[in-house]
Ligand binder design. Sequence first.
Ligand SMILES: Cc1cc2nc3c(=O)[nH]c(=O)nc-3n(C[C@H](O)[C@H](O)[C@H](O)COP(=O)(O)OP(=O)(O)OC[C@H]3O[C@@H](n4cnc5c(N)ncnc54)[C@H](O)[C@@H]3O)c2cc1C
Length: 385
Amino acid sequence: MKQGKTILVLGGGIGGIVTATQLRKQLASEHRVVLIEREENYVFAPSFPWVMTGTRRKEDISRPRTKMEKLGVEIIKGDIEKINAEQRSVQVNGRTQIGDYLVIALGAEMADETIPGLSEAGLTFYTLEGAEQLNEARLKFNAGRIVVLVSSVPFKCPAAPVEAALLLENDCRKRNMRAAVQVDIYTPEPGPMSLAGPENSRQLRAMVEAKNIGYHPEHAVTHVDADKKQIVFTNGVTADFDLLVYVPPHRAPKVVRDAGLVGESGWIPVDKYKLTTKFPNVYAIGDVTGIKLSVGKPLPKAGVIAHGQAEVVVNNIIKEITGQGTSKLFDGHGACFIETGNGKAGMGTGNFYAEPVPKMKLFKPGYLMHLGKVAFEKYWLFKWF
Ligand SMILES: Cc1cc2nc3c(=O)[nH]c(=O)nc-3n(C[C@H](O)[C@H](O)[C@H](O)COP(=O)(O)OP(=O)(O)OC[C@H]3O[C@@H](n4cnc5c(N)ncnc54)[C@H](O)[C@@H]3O)c2cc1C
């Protein structure tokens, strides 16, 4: 008699939602699909910059995972305390869950405390709470210097700091205070979205500078002096600010690090096409993975990538369980909208796996692209919830 399999999906963010939903839809009911997630509601992070500028509220972008549950995904709400990849088991709420397959989609953990003074001095739009606090801070702010600081690389959504600076700059214009405000971006990167190639990066930087936003590449922060409202960089440069808006340092979640799953990069090493780990029937997808590209830099952390990888893993697990269909490989394609303010957005799209270098195209900002971003948000929240 054919035996039902259990697939444990760890993490109910973008990668985990796509994986669990698609597996449940496509596998017969004798197989169990179990999603383990600590948060009650899913929140759509790509809309955080809009929360920061007051065009979205928490309730617009948060959803319970009831649709998945109705489909038959078993949801365990709890904090995963331990992972044993060899045994394909995890500990959650004090109980052990064992799977025939494990899909690790636990995302990235924010490590604000690793930069002294950072969270005391600034606010981040990388969490919902932070974006809400920034919305309040923005409304009280009417003159001075806004600094958008990238704490370290890699960070999710390479376009996000540029987007944040452009949206805040636009907000100052709309509120008739642009002349009283200076906006600057400081980042350890050589240029914005540098993986998109030197020409695209140059164009993006020119777009930022055309709005009179200062762009300061190759500045790695050491600490922030909250009393002096000053950022100190490794190269000895300091930057004063009145409002500090930051991208926190990222690292693999503690439970993943404690399980000895991370490699040299600090993230889970996987086969870049199949998303397999060194453990049989254990996959990892999305932000928690570290995939080195031919140019030596990591594949960006983005929802669109997590989604694409999830589709591949779903296909391949189903093929293995049912013996039907053909294997799929992740092809390295990705795309992201770049909100520029004033109802416009641009877009970067292309293939990160292209040889010898990633092949990316940058589309100039326009109204249609902004509508595309809004439509994508609505579509995502409608399709999966
Ligand atoms: C400001 C901002 C803007 C962005 N804009 C875009 C964009 O325009 N386009 C784009 O493609 N991407 C964008 N992203 C990136 C995108 O949100 C992430 O890359 C994507 O969510 C990664 O998916 P994931 O499944 O790997 O991780 P996540 O979606 O982060 O999901 C991980 C899940 O694991 C859960 N979890 C973690 N640890 C545990 C534990 N121990 N126990 C139980 N549960 C746990 C978390 O609660 C979370 O739900 C943006 C991100 C931010 C912050």
